[in-house]
Every structure is written in structure tokens, then in C-alpha cells.
Design a protein around this ligand. Structure first.
Ligand SMILES: [Zn+2]
Ligand SMILES: [Zn+2]
Length: 581
């Protein structure tokens, strides 16, 4: 079995346990394990062979034993037994909007429905409306859910597509009189790289006019629910959007609840219960009949639990609760700490603006220094620069530096191809003339792991290469990442002092969060860059910062939060690091 198959088995078990009505923690443990295996940077077979399964976050001895059983026998006794009680195909029902685990079990126990086809038939035959707690309305909703699923699937869409849509809708709703607070919640607020739906929250005394405006937004294709505090719509692109409206004095718990993650919230509810409080989106309710505790801010809600404020990007139950309880939350990088951008393109290659225009735009956004890093010769489609043109560009950069004065500095750089055979696109003597050298994979991304990994290692071991950009080359939802041994790459980056990029373009977000976190553990420095090809793309920076926060990156480890002198000193160390090895 491979990583995907092991992850799929665990995810199915999580759903089967939820349908059976098991303890939520048990189901969550399997769900977390599935995600950890899915996100694992190594072949799970190798990890098992090295006896290191329990090093994977969320994998204890019990789950490690189950993985070993799957890897050696190709199946899992626990799964087979569970499947006799809960047919695995029943899990498919959960993909339909409006069907949760309880409803799935009800449909199975009362009507013998075991899969989506049978569900569709029963709904069309009008059999669902007869069930307890159902009716013609719920039946119609389920039929609609099945139709939506057939039409749009239930894929997650890239954050970069969901985010602007959410902001657009929110801006329209924010203008309605009586609205005091607005927020995008859910996984988008946590800056997960893909989202399944959008959660919008609004604080206002009167919800009705806001709901009216929401369901008639131009982006809306169909309305699947409209209530006093919650409405749901499907957009023309298939994305589901939920809006909830509550009074401002409940804003803190509302925001907390719908930001998630589910796993984080479960932990918070446990802490609340220890104090005799139950926590939901409306507030804290004491078990002993004392009055309800309302929180207007998330800070107050965390305070009630005896915790410091935890940033949304950390709320994944990946150790943040323990860290908060022991006063060890990382002081993660904030966007206002970023003083430079070390990866961008001009009209010299495939960008839109001149060197001076890009520099002026970056300066206007508060940058103290930047690197201009156009493509190298062999990337023909991006008009990569020949050595001759690269040297001509140096003169332009000198002129632009003169024009912009002493408070701003343009570094002359390159985004150099690591060619398919692993060779670098410029010779060393040319690289030595540059201030900042990026090496990247753009071609032959489908090479076998060993070969693709070796190409990056070649670049890392060159004394002139300062940074590896968007290491895996993935485009979220479009192009899979190159198959890389990321552990070996990050260790080499740590040893040599090579910077790894967290590319802020929301279609890349590469390094992704879990690798950024691993980079931090190994002492690798990262840079958060926009890879801008036009001035407006500087605005993508916050996606990179969010991803770095999800990786628990702190300012000391983010080189573009450093003053220029500190960065230049760091870059000078690399050749020495290499000879020391
Ligand atoms: Zn690139
Ligand atoms: Zn680039």
C-alpha cells in the first residue's frame, strides 16, 4: 500500500466511526492520521521500515500497528470488521450537503440505503419524507445536494480563487446599514491552501435585510437554505457559501466557532467543560445555572478558557493548545515585519513592468529592498535572459538604484533554471556577478524522486545559489508537486545555509505549511516572496505570510524580515559553509 491508500483507509474509518456513533475523539484521531499520512513528505513504507511511524504527528502506537498491518498484509482487520457493521459505501452519503453521520445511519437502518445511487432513488421515490425528523423539504434539499454533487463534485478549490470571491461578497454586505462586524471564517481564515466552502460571518442586530441581500448577490446560482440567522447559497462556480448573522455581543464565540478547525474547537470545548462551561457559537453556558457568558471578541473567549489569543492560522490542533497552555506559543511572522521581496520578474523576461517601475511599486508598499530575478536563458517560453542580456540588465539596475536613492536597494538577481539533467543554466563566473541567485525547477517535474531531488541538491551545493524558489513546482489543483525527498533537501538547506522559499502566490504556496514547519524544526531560513510579474501581485504577500504562520515560522527565521545588511552577511557565509563540510 502507498501513502494515498493508507490515508484513504483511515479517512474512511473516521467516517464509518462517526456514522456508527463512536466517540468524536476516536473518529478525529483517524481523520488526523489520514491527513498526516497524506501530507507525509516520505514514503510511509520507508518510515515504517525505519521504525519511525510514531514520529509522525498524530500517530501513536495503536495507529502505527495498524499501518504496519496494512503495509505487510495489504488489509486491515479492524476495517474489515467495521465494514460488516457499516458498509464503506455508506460513507459516500456524507458528500451530499445536508447529510451528516447521524442522518446517514438513519437512512441505512430504516431504508437499507448503502450508497449514493440508492439514496437518489429513494429520494426520487419520495421515501425520505416519511422518516422521523424529515419531511418534503429535507428530501428536496437532499435531492438538490445530490444534483450539486453531480454538477460540481465536492473538490476543494484553491484558496486563491475562494478568497477574492469571499472578500467581494463581504464588501457588498458590509455596506448594509446596521452591520458592525464582518469576517471570512472557516478554513479560508485559517489560510488553508484549499477550501471546501466559504463561511461568512456578520454582526448586526437585525439579520433580515442582510439575508435578503446575501441570497440575491450576483455571484449566487441557487439558494439552498434561508433562515433567521443562517443562509446557504451555491455560487456559479459551484462553491457553497454559508452566511451567519448574530448580534455583536456574541461576535467572539461566533468567530471562534466558525473559524475552526473542528479539531481545535474540540480541544477548546474540553477546556471549557473542565470549568463547568459548555461552549458554542452563542457563548459559554455554565452548567450550574449561572448566567451565560458572552464574548464580543475572540480574545475574551480565549481568556475565559485561560488561554492567550491563538492566531487563526495556528488553529489546527497541531500542538498550539499545549503551547498556549505552557506559555510557549510561537511569535509567528506578521506581514508588517516583512521588509523586502526577493523574487519578482520584469519585462526583461515574462513580467509586465520595467525594473524601475517594479522597484517603485515595491518601495511604495513599504519594502526597504528587493531582488529583481528574471528568468534565465533556457526557459525560452518566459524569454529567459542570455548572459549578455543579464549583463545589460545590471546597468539598468544600477541606474534605478541611483534614481531611488540611498533608502532603497535593488539587488540584481536571477531565477535560474535547474535544467532537466541537473545542470545550472549560468556558469559560476556569471553567478558570481549577481547579488542574489535563485534556482528553480520549471521543467521535467515528473522525473522520478531520486532524479528530481538530485537536481535540487545540485543547486543547493553550488556556492552561488542563495535560494530555492517554489521547491516542488506544484500549481494547486492543476499540477502535482514534483516527487521530492523533502527531508533530504531541507537538511541540505540547513547545512549549507541555502534559503528555502515560501512562494506567496496562492496557486503555489510552496513550500507548503507542513514543510515550512519542518524547515523551522531543522533551522532552515525561509523567504516569503510574491514572485510578482506585475505590481498588483505584491498584494499576494499575505497568502505567503499565512502559510508561513501555519508553519510556525518566526521573524528570526524569515530572511525578508531582516535588514539588508543582515541578509548580505548571511549570503556571504554560504561558500564558507560549503568548504567547512
Ligand atoms: Zn518560477
Ligand atoms: Zn518566478
Amino acid at each position: 500500500m502507498n501513502n494515498r491508500e493508507v490515508a484513504h483507509t483511515f479517512a474512511t474509518i473516521a467516517d464509518m466511526l462517526a456514522i456508527r456513533g463512536d466517540n468524536i475523539h476516536r473518529a478525529l484521531a483517524y481523520r488526523r492520521a489520514a491527513e498526516a499520512i497524506q501530507d507525509l513528505g516520505q514514503d510511509v513504507n520507508q518510515v515504517a521500515a525505519a521504525g519511525k511511524l510514531t514520529d509522525i504527528p498524530g500517530i501513536g502506537q495503536t495507529l502505527a500497528d495498524k499501518i504496519k498491518e496494512m503495509l505487510t498484509t495489504g488489509h486491515l482487520t479492524f476495517y474489515d470488521k467495521l465494514a460488516q457493521e457499516i458498509p464503506p459505501s455508506l460513507v459516500g452519503l456524507l458528500r451530499v450537503d445536508g447529510i451528516g453521520p447521524k442522518r446517514a445511519r438513519q437512512l441505512y437502518e430504516t431504508l437499507g440505503i448503502t450508497n449514493l445511487d440508492e439514496l437518489a432513488q429513494a429520494a426520487q421515490a419520495g421515501k425520505l419524507r416519511e422518516l422521523p425528523k424529515m419531511g418534503a423539504k429535507s428530501e428536496a434539499k437532499i435531492l438538490q445536494g445530490i444534483a450539486d454533487l453531480e454538477k460540481h463534485g465536492d473538490e476543494r478549490i484553491p484558496l486563491g480563487e475562494a478568497w477574492p470571491l469571499a472578500q467581494e461578497m463581504l464588501a457588498t454586505l458590509a455596506a448594509i446599514s446596521g452591520v458592525t462586524q464582518t469576517a471570512v471564517a472557516g478554513s479560508a481564515r485559517r489560510m488553508r491552501e484549499t477550501v471546501h466552502d466559504i463561511d461568512l460571518l456578520i454582526a448586526a442586530a437585525d439579520a433580515a435585510p442582510i439575508m435578503d441581500a446575501f441570497v440575491s448577490l450576483p455571484q449566487v446560482e441557487s439558494v439552498s437554505g434561508r433562515g433567521p440567522t443562517k443562509s446557504s447559497v451555491t455560487l456559479v462556480n459551484g462553491l457553497q457559501v454559508d452566511l451567519r448573522v448574530l448580534p455583536a455581543d456574541r461576535w467572539g464565540t461566533l468567530l471562534l466557532y466558525f473559524t475552526g478547525s473542528k479539531a481545535h474547537n474540540v480541544r477548546l470545548r474540553e477546556l471549557a467543560l473542565k470549568q463547568g462551561l459548555s461552549l458554542n457559537e452563542y457563548g459559554f453556558t455554565p452548567a450550574d445555572g449561572r448566567p451565560e457568558i458572552l464574548c464580543a471578541t475572540e480574545e475574551e473567549a480565549y481568556q475565559t478558557l485561560g488561554l492567550p489569543y491563538i492566531l487563526p492560522t495556528l488553529r489546527e490542533d497541531r500542538g498550539e493548545i499545549e503551547a498556549a497552555l505552557s506559555g510557549a506559543l510561537p511569535d509567528v511572522i506578521r506581514i508588517e515585519q516583512i521588509v523586502s521581496d526577493l523574487h519578482m520578474h520584469t519585462a526583461w523576461s515574462d513580467g509586465k513592468l520595467s525594473v524601475l517601475e517594479m522597484a517603485t511599486a515595491a518601495k511604495a508598499r513599504g519594502c526597504q529592498y528587493i531582488a529583481i530575478t528574471d528568468h534565465s536563458a533556457s526557459l525560452g517560453i518566459a524569454h529567459g535572459l542570455s548572459v549578455e542580456r543579464l549583463r545589460q540588465q545590471a546597468e539598468k539596475i544600477r541606474q534605478a538604484n541611483e534614481a531611488l536613492g540611498p533608502d532603497f536597494r535593488i539587488l540584481h538577481g536571477t531565477e535560474m533554471e535547474i535544467k532537466a539533467d541537473g545542470a545550472l543554466d549560468y556558469p559560476d563566473e556569471v553567478l558570481a556577478e549577481l547579488d542574489f541567485v535563485i534556482a528553480s525547477l520549471h521543467v521535467s517535474l515528473k522525473q522520478p524522486r531520486e532524479q528530481a531531488t538530485q537536481r535540487i541538491l545540485n543547486a543547493i551545493h553550488n556556492p552561488h545559489v542563495d535560494m530555492i524558489a517554489h521547491p516542488t513546482g506544484r500549481l494547486i489543483g492543476e499540477r502535482p508537486p514534483a516527487d521530492l525527498d523533502m527531508e533530504t533537501i531541507l537538511q541540505a538547506a540547513a547545512e549549507t545555509g541555502t534559503i528555502m522559499e515560501v512562494n506567496a502566490n496562492p496557486h503555489r504556496l510552496d513550500l507548503k505549511d507542513i514543510y515550512a514547519r519542518r524547515a523551522m524544526e531543522l533551522g532552515v531560513k525561509i523567504a516569503i516572496n510574491t514572485d510578482a510579474h506585475n505590481a498588483d501581485q505584491f498584494d499576494l504577500l499575505h497568502f505567503g505570510v499565512g502559510t508561513a504562520q501555519r508553519g510556525w515560522a518566526t521573524a528570526v527565521n524569515v530572511v525578508n524580515a531582516w535588514p539588508l545588511a543582515q541578509l548580505l552577511a548571511w549570503l556571504q557565509e554560504k561558500p564558507k559553509n560549503l568548504t567547512r563540510r
